[in-house]
Each structure stands twice: as structure tokens, then as C-alpha cells.
Design a protein around this ligand. Structure first.
Ligand SMILES: *Cc1c(COP(=O)(O)O)cnc(C)c1O
Length: 457
């Protein structure tokens, strides 16, 4: 074994730290994002061996390579077994084209995968150091519920979620507000960007240092490590047992944390031929990939795949770093990345709302596969990619498109397009009738700071 992995900041002005320090800090002090200095690589035989393991054991094997020396194998395995106690279905659509359904967790989006590992690891380290943490999270819907759910009832951690009152669906809201205990939920008459700005200002406020603030958004490296695992899992379960082969993944992307998990998995040895990176009409990434020029979209465009309405994805700084370049937190490229290698590994396309709706209808009518708007962006992107390559290459090629939420979480579009109502997964049942706890917050920093100081100081 090579010893513990250290994490550097993409802005290169902060001291490298261990995984647990990066996890508890969230953002690096120089406002960069933490990245592993060395990337552990799995021999192909070990990846093939994952085909015989349950999900939580693969999660253990992957996480262990980053956390070595910081937690015992026994404790790490117990955390993984507890975090991943739900199904991870792979659904065949046609030929060797599959949907990976990441929607069986307690809040029915893929964000459960990261939040559940992260919450448990944070609890472990905080207990060991006898520390407390106050997590602030701004949400446009899915992060807030996944984090609130994963951290609910955990000692040593309090959570405050800020959300734009009019921009989350009633089901998304209830997944946060029906919890109580250590979870407080603040509704603002504001946009998601305003909520995020308040949270960022609080992180930078020296008068709040004693509150031990941290972040559970995808700037935290603790979300990336768990998001490499399902790529290993899906490949190992579906690969051709008799031949070596490479897989194509399609990833519907917004803030690019999901995609970064995949790219990291490839660097760890997973045989990936290509990542299809599908965005909605917020097309800053495909433009960047093919031109080398990066321009954020302000304000972001409102699309039906609402969790991907991001005009400046924070994880791009990590991708640029991985390909030898440097991008600061404002999106300025100080050193260009190796775009040729990046284009070799990634293919990207922007999918309009019109195409998203068409993909939902087509997948259902042709194959009986039910998608929601985010997964439909990924599927439409994959279909575009396969049309762009010769048929003899696409036929028989193993392709896996990620479905990032359960259709019942976004029933409105599905009902409009196909006049059917998606069945509720058990995790969403009964939630409509539970009492809600919501506090109102004025959209200004003084009010927010005052709230934090009177509630937690
Ligand atoms: C957050 C989210 C995404 C986008 O994931 P990123 O890691 O931000 O790219 C896609 N689909 C759903 C349902 C989400 O909640």
C-alpha cells in the first residue's frame, strides 16, 4: 500500500490535508476545491472481482483506498453496510444499452449515495475529535432533502437548509420539512442563487468561526468519493465475462459532481471508453469542451430538469485540474487544460426541453422504460452519441445511462407527456400527510446571521 492520500486545493494556495480534514472543512481556505494528490489505481482483476460483491463491499473497497490509516476496516465496513441498505437496479433497455437507476435511496435521488456516506463519515470523525459541526446547505431541491435525511438524528451535527420557497416541488419540500430534530429548514422569498450567496457569506464571516460551519454541497470532496462507486458497480455487474471490454457511460450533468465521480473512477483504472456528458440548455460545458473557451451562463436558464439548472458548475475546477490546467472559483482559466485528451475521454451535448420531453415519450413507447427529465437528458445524449458513431461500433457496445432521480419525484412532466402517474417508491409514501416544520427567513445577510447566532451560539 502506498500510504494515505493527501488532498490539495485547486487554487494551489492551501496546505494539503488528509481526507478527514478535507471532509470536515468542505471548501479549502483559499476558496479552491480539494483534490487527491495521488489517485489510487485498481488492478483490472480486482475490478472484475467486484462482480461478485454487494454494493456496500465495493463502496468499502473504493473508500478504503482514500481513507487508509484514518479508520479501521471494521468500522468502515459497518458504515458502508449501514449507508447502502437499498437496491441499485440496472435495467436493460435494448441490445446492451442500460439504465442505472440511482433512485432507490430514502429521498429518491442519486444524491443519497453521497450524502449517506458523507454523513456517517463526518459523524465518525467528529465523535473521535469530540467536535461539533453546523452544516449550512442551500438547495434547489434534491441536495437539501438528501443531506437533511442523511444527517437527521446524527449527534454532533446540526443542519440548516435554505430553500427558495416557490422553486421546489411540494414533495421535495416535504422530504426536508417533515424531519425535525437537528434539521432546521428556512424558506426564503428568493432565488436559489440568493440562498447560496447567504450561505457563502456565512462561511467567510470571521464572527461565525466559533459555530464550526461546514458545507455538504458538492464542493466537499466527501461527495465525490462515494460518487465513483456506482460506476465500478455498474461495469462489474454488466461486463462481458468472457472478453475484456470498455464501457460508455452517459451522465446528465449540472454541477458536475456526478461526472467527476466517473472521471475519477476512470483514473482509478475503470475501463471507460467514453463519458457522454449531457447538459440541459445550460450549455457552458459543451461549448467549453469544443472551443477551449469558458463562459458561464448568468442567470442560469430554467429547464424542466431543474436540478441541472447550473450556469457555472463548481466542479469544473476539478476537471480542469485533472487535465493539467487551472481554473479559479470565478471560472477564470489561469492555465489551459489538455483539451485534446479531455475530448478523447469526454463527448458532450446540450439537450433542449423539447428533446427531453421527446426522449421521455420515446423511451416509454419504444421500450417501456420510464424516465424523468434528468435521466431523459442523459438518455437523449447517449442516443445522440450513438448516432454520431458508425453502427458497427455502437452495436453490441455496453452503454450505461444514469437515471438520477425517481420518476415519482417529478411527476408533473410525465403526466403531461404520457398521461400516466408514476408509482410512488416506498420512501415517498405517506410523506404527503406528515406535519411540516418551516421557518421563514428574510432574504438578507443580517437576518440570517442573527438567526444563526441566536439559534446556535
Ligand atoms: C443534482 C442532480 C443532478 C446533477 O448532478 P451534478 O452532480 O450536479 O451534475 C442531476 N439529476 C438530479 C435528479 C439531481 O438531483
Amino acid at each position: 500500500m502506498e500510504g494515505p492520500v493527501l488532498f490539495y486545493s485547486t487554487n494551489l494556495q492551501a496546505t494539503p490535508v488528509s481526507f478527514s480534514q478535507a471532509l470536515l472543512k468542505g471548501q479549502a481556505p483559499d476558496r479552491g476545491l480539494y483534490m487527491p494528490m495521488t489517485i489510487p489505481v485498481f488492478p483490472l482483476e480486482e475490478i472484475y472481482g467486484f462482480s461478485r460483491k454487494p454494493y456496500y463491499e465495493i463502496a468499502f473497497a473504493v473508500a478504503r483506498r482514500f481513507l487508509e490509516d484514518e479508520i479501521s476496516d471494521q468500522e468502515l465496513m459497518a458504515i458502508m453496510r449501514d449507508a447502502y441498505d437499498y437496491d441499485v437496479p440496472l435495467e436493460r433497455v435494448y441490445d446492451r444499452k442500460y439504465i442505472l437507476r440511482l433512485d432507490q435511496g430514502p429521498t429518491a435521488s442519486f444524491k443519497d449515495f453521497a450524502a449517506r456516506m458523507m454523513g456517517r463519515l463526518m459523524q465518525y470523525y467528529l465523535r473521535k475529535e469530540n467536535r461539533k459541526l453546523l452544516i449550512l446547505t442551500a438547495t434547489s431541491g434534491d441536495t437539501g432533502s438528501a443531506v437533511a435525511n442523511a444527517f437527521y438524528g446524527i449527534d454532533n451535527i446540526d443542519i440548516v437548509v435554505l430553500f427558495p420557497r416557490n422553486e421546489v416541488t411540494p414533495r421535495q419540500r416535504k422530504q426536508m420539512t417533515t424531519l425535525g430534530k437537528n434539521v432546521r429548514v428556512l424558506a426564503l422569498d428568493a432565488k436559489f442563487d440568493d440562498c447560496q450567496a447567504l450561505v457563502k457569506q456565512a462561511f467567510a464571516d470571521p464572527e461565525l468561526t466559533s459555530l464550526n460551519l461546514s458545507s455538504a454541497n458538492s464542493i466537499n470532496i466527501g461527495r465525490l468519493v462515494p460518487q465513483t462507486v456506482y460506476y465500478f458497480y455498474a461495469f462489474a455487474k454488466l461486463r462481458d465475462l468472457d472478453h475484456d471490454e470498455e464501457v460508455i457511460f452517459s451522465v446528465p450533468s449540472g454541477n458536475f459532481g456526478d461526472m467527476m465521480g466517473g472521471v475519477l473512477a476512470k483514473k482509478m483504472g475503470l475501463p471507460v471508453k467514453k463519458f457522454v456528458i449531457a447538459t440541459n440548455e445550460n450549455d457552458e460545458f459543451p461549448r467549453y469542451l469544443y472551443s477551449g473557451n469558458y463562459e458561464k451562463i448568468e442567470p442560469s436558464r430554467n429547464c424542466i430538469s431543474s436540478a441541472m439548472n447550473v450556469g457555472h458548475p463548481s466542479n469544473l475546477a476539478r476537471l480542469v485540474a485533472l487535465y493539467g490546467g487551472m481554473m479559479d472559483e470565478k471560472g477564470v482559466i489561469d492555465k489551459p487544460a489538455d483539451m485534446e485528451t479531455m475530448r478523447n475521454d469526454l463527448w458532450s451535448v446540450s439537450i433542449t426541453d423539447q428533446q427531453t420531453r421527446q426522449a421521455i415519450a420515446d423511451a416509454y413507447q419504444q421500450y417501456g422504460t420510464l424516465l424523468e427529465p434528468h435521466g431523459a437528458v442523459g438518455w437523449a445524449g447517449l442516443m445522440d452519441y450513438l448516432r454520431s458513431i458508425p453502427e458497427e461500433e455502437s452495436k453490441g457496445q455496453l452503454c450505461i445511462s444514469l437515471e438520477t432521480a425517481h420518476p415519482a419525484k417529478f411527476p408533473e412532466e410525465i403526466e403531461k407527456i404520457m398521461h400516466i402517474e408514476p408509482n410512488l417508491p416506498p420512501s415517498l409514501e405517506g410523506i404527503d400527510h406528515l406535519p411540516e416544520h418551516i421557518e421563514d427567513l428574510e432574504n438578507n445577510y443580517k437576518a440570517f446571521k442573527n438567526y444563526l447566532l441566536t439559534s446556535y451560539f
